[in-house]
Write a protein that binds this ligand. Structure first.
Ligand code: AMP
Length: 593
């Protein structure tokens, strides 16, 4: 059986890991990086870039570059590129395809299965979208696993003693906190809480705003509408923030940032850690609520925590570490790498799911649970699930932090006399009124027998699998007929859309090779034309007139074909024509080259 890779599909960066000889290892990308920027770019030349190359060209191609697509997963967001509409799943699939390819290059074998991690706070639609992205990328997604659970998994195997740990995960775009019990071969999530819209990007924004203010105060210019300047400021802000995780002060140097009255404007300012801490203190404070909620949902006091694990790049910020210390009274663990432990945990789970037992010294309890079973992972649902009932009330069916998998049924009835259909709105969230929660699906149950209000008996069943993915069904007990119901989440990709995206991805992979060959051919042909023209010049009159005429004609013909050449539309026939013209020129110009 081929290897199952573990993928941390992050907002800012992604990471891929695989178990080799019983140990999870990180797979480097072709640039040698241990994490890959979650960035996709469509260049003007018709190329598609992922990761480091996409990041490098982002400033010069802002319209063609897509960042932080994870923030759009499970929404109706889409982007138009090269005249085609792409949903978040399809863009995420491009990142996954790159990670899959990197893993294949590293392992020297095909990889077709993966475990992918998601924030614990991802709702059903976001999880489904992540699974769909995997499918589009040609991966059989064996499991969707929560990031904190995955971190605990990689930690748990290195430090086998049973304990309750807190995973405090502050990444680029999301914050999650989980209380997890690590026992003998069992990892049980006791509670999870978080904020889907809090992360490093918010810190960057604060620093970027500060830089804009500095421009105004020191140079008397408003750069906020200068797109190119703002791109550079955003990058400088992130850089400054990162430097302040180790240095007390950092210099923000932005030469030729913009222009004022035709003169270049430069910026050179110093930001101190104390000032940075003040700027972001309210953001860091926002993590306190979820920490307290998670502890109280788990029914434990901070003193009962074994360890506190920090996950996500933003936990490198000193003020964040101090906050965690203050909230828990514990020194957070330093011996796990916050960028890599999530992918490693996913690789460990992937390995156990593929039937391998782990043989690391520390994890004998996991290995002892037997082949194919490996670890027992008990995860929970992050948000309560309800359906809307009379008066717009959200009637709770499954409470948050219920252990997965979940199977729950409840009987409902009609509200009006002789009602033959009911609309069922499925909601996720903790608020008492339906309108304040997120609607994740709706369906209509038809064919109910005409009766007085409250007489028909409609059994609504919620099934949530170990990936946290929900299926809802309903049965009219009165007629005994079971209705087949599909959840029509507006944001979900339909089966046919997914199939189409899979076909596109396959076709693109084929085209990708063709484009690569085409690019090589066109640059060889261009350099041949340049070389020939130089050789003609050098030869001057020392060349036979007939040969000269032929060389010129062949060179013109090749130039004409190259001028028409478009990488995004190239066909095999175009390439054959260029190849032929190139061969002709090579042979006619052989005597002077
Ligand atoms: P993640 O989603 O876990 O990859 O985290 C990415 C976030 O971590 C981004 O917002 C980064 O700017 C941030 N980050 C990475 N390294 C550091 C650092 N040394 N100090 C502060 N933030 C960092």
């Amino acid at each position: 059986m081929s290897k199952v890779i573990g993928i941390d599909l992050g907002t800012t960066n992604s990471c891929v890991s695989v178990v080799e000889n019983g140990e999870p290892i990180i797979i480097n990308n072709p640039n040698g990086g241990r994490t890959t920027p979650s960035i996709v770019a469509f260049t003007k030349k018709g190329e598609r870039l992922v990761g480091e190359p996409a990041k490098r060209q982002a400033v010069t191609n802002p319209d063609g570059t897509i960042h932080s697509v994870k923030r759009h997963m499970g929404t109706d967001w889409s982007v138009r590129m090269e005249g085609k509409e792409y949903k978040a799943q399809t863009i995420s699939a491009m990142i996954l395809m790159q990670l899959k390819k990197d893993a294949e290059d590293f392992l020297g074998e095909t990889v077709d299965s993966a475990v992918i991690t998601v924030p614990a706070y991802f709702n059903d639609v976001q999880r489904q979208a992540t699974k769909d992205a995997g499918r589009i990328a040609g991966l059989n997604v064996k499991r969707i696993i929560n990031e904190p659970t995955s971190a605990a998994l990689s930690y748990g195997l290195n430090h086998g003693e049973p304990q309750k740990v807190m995973v405090y995960d502050l990444g680029g775009g999301t914050f999650d906190v989980s209380i997890i019990e690590i026992g003998e071969g069992v990892i049980e999530v006791l509670a999870t809480a978080g904020d889907n819209h809090l992360g490093g990007d918010d810190f960057d924004e604060r620093v970027a705003n500060w830089i804009v203010r500095q421009c105004r105060e020191k140079q008397n210019v408003d750069v906020s509408r200068d797109f190119a300047a703002m791109q550079r400021i955003k990058e400088a802000a992130e850089q400054a923030k990162k430097e302040l995780s180790t240095a007390e002060t950092t210099r923000v140097l932005l030469p030729y940032l913009t222009q004022k009255n035709g003169e270049p404007v430069h910026l050179d300012v110093v930001l101190s850690r104390a000032e940075f801490d003040r700027m972001v203190s309210d953001l860091i404070e926002r993590t306190a609520g979820p920490v307290q909620n998670a502890l109280s949902d788990a029914g434990i006091a901070p003193s009962e925590l074994g360890r506190v694990l920090l996950v996500g790049g933003s936990t490198r910020i000193i003020a964040v570490k101090n906050k965690v210390r203050q909230l828990t009274g514990k020194d957070p663990s330093h011996n796990i790498n916050p960028d890599e432990c999530v992918a490693k945990g996913a690789a460990i789970l992937g390995d156990t799911l593929s039937g391998n037992t782990l043989t690391t010294r520390e994890n004998t309890s996991a290995a002892n649970t037997g082949p194919g079973q490996g670890l027992l992972l008990l995860d929970v649902i992050p948000l309560s699930l309800s359906i809307e009932t009379v008066g717009g009330v959200a009637t709770r069916l499954v409470e948050r932090n219920t252990t997965l998998p979940v199977h729950y049924s409840r009987i409902f009835s009609t509200a009006a006399p002789y009602q033959t259909s009911v609309d069922i709105h499925v909601l996720q969230g903790e608020r008492p009124m339906a309108r304040d929660n997120k609607q994740i699906g709706k369906f209509r149950l038809k064919g109910i027998r005409r009766a007085q209000a409250g007489v028909p008996q409609i059994e609504v069943t919620f099934d949530i699998d170990t990936n946290g993915i929900l299926k809802v069904s309903a049965k009219d007990l009165d007629t005994g007929k079971e209705q087949s119901i599909t959840i029509m989440a507006d944001d979900r990709m339909s089966e046919s859309e997914i199939e189409q995206a899979i076909r596109d991805a396959r076709e693109y992979a084929g085209q990708d090779n063709l484009r690569k060959e085409a690019m090589e051919l066109s640059s060889e042909a261009q350099s041949l034309v340049a070389k020939t023209q130089q050789a003609l010049k050098n030869a001057g009159k020392n060349i036979d007139k007939g040969v000269k005429k032929q060389v010129k004609a062949d060179s013109k013909q090749l130039e004409r074909l190259l001028a028409k050449f478009r990488l995004d539309r190239v066909t095999k026939e175009d390439m054959d024509r260029i190849e032929e013209a190139k061969n002709r020129l090579e042979s006619s110009a052989a005597s002077i080259l």
